[in-house]
Write a protein that binds this ligand. Structure first.
Ligand code: ATR
Length: 277
């Protein structure tokens, strides 16, 4: 039996083990996807254990996406540019780090017919998720991408690196939202057990604007509901979560991922969690 796992803390409520296991089972691979809750003190040992014969690789999540790099043998150029690793592949005892978040974001948008070329574009947030989104958006026309963040220094750091503009979330003029044609929420505001409310006022948005909320749980955030009410096209974060997972699955197995099954499984698991609370 081969094994893959999710390295992070906490990981108990992640739906990744459920939709990844469904994919392994559907493709007939004898592999088990496990939740590997890891504290920082145990990170080095956890990564060393990935070199074993029975390990295909791992996913990496909060808070280790930036921290794992020194323990890996090779970093894919995209992961190096984004500055974070969310997928590790064990190639015969050598560990390769990848980032599938930017692809996950792009494919999740494609699924909802949201064009990444829509401009002006606004990214709200400046953490790891925002970095992957800004990377994906600034491949073309970076100067019409604006990064807004509560802590403006973090927004500035990303903006300088990728050639985008930046401002503080609180001080940005309302015209930024009024003229935007694509807005991405990459903050944790609205997450289940995260900061409540909305990161900005969706009433400012113009009808026809596309809004992507990277929050995957709940499936419908307050921001999504209000943006839809304002006439926007809306996509939630479950798609990015599943597509980044599907891309990781393909790196471990070199097989095509059963994306629809993974999406259905993730959707059902998230709804079950909502019923439990
Ligand atoms: P991740 O790596 O998952 O993106 P992160 O690095 O913790 O997570 O980033 C969380 C993002 O949510 C940050 O942009 C954070 O803003 P700060 O950089 O100012 O901390 C943003 N965020 C969290 N709580 C917020 C709140 N109440 N209002 C606005 N932004 C918030």
């Amino acid at each position: 039996m081969q094994r893959v796992g999710l390295i992070g803390h906490p990981v108990a409520h992640s739906v990744s083990p459920l939709f990844q296991q469904a994919a392994f089972d559907a493709t007939g691979l004898k592999a088990r996807y496990e939740a590997w809750d890891t504290l920082e003190a145990g990170l080095e040992q956890r990564l060393a254990s990935l070199r074993g014969d029975d390990i295909l690789g791992a996913n990496v999540t909060v808070p280790f996406k930036e921290m794992v790099q020194p323990y890996l043998d090779e970093i894919d150029p995209v992961a190096a540019r984004i500055g974070s690793v969310n997928t590790i592949v064990n190639h015969g005892g050598r560990l390769h780090g990848y980032n599938t978040d930017a692809d996950g974001f792009a494919l999740g948008c494609e699924d909802a017919d949201i064009d990444l070329g829509l401009r002006p574009a606004v990214v709200v947030g400046a953490g790891g998720a925002a970095r992957a989104v800004v990377y994906a958006l600034t491949e073309t026309d970076p100067r019409s991408v604006l990064v807004l963040n509560r802590t403006v220094e973090r927004a500035r750091e990303i903006a300088v690196e990728f050639g985008a503009g930046c401002d503080s979330l609180a001080d940005a003029p309302t015209s930024v939202f009024q003229t935007a044609r694509l807005v991405v929420n990459a903050t944790s505001v609205g997450m289940r057990h995260g900061p409540p409310g909305m990161p900005f006022d969706p009433a400012l948005l113009t009808s026809g604007c596309s809004v992507v909320d990277l929050v995957a749980n709940p499936l419908q955030t307050e921001l999504m509901i209000e943006a839809e009410r304002a006439g926007c096209w809306v996509q939630g974060g479950l798609h990015m979560l599943v597509y980044q997972g599907a891309a990781a699955f393909e790196l471990w197995t070199e097989l095509e991922a059963p994306v629809r099954l993974m999406l259905e499984t993730a959707l059902r698991a998230t709804l079950d969690q909502a019923d439990e609370s």
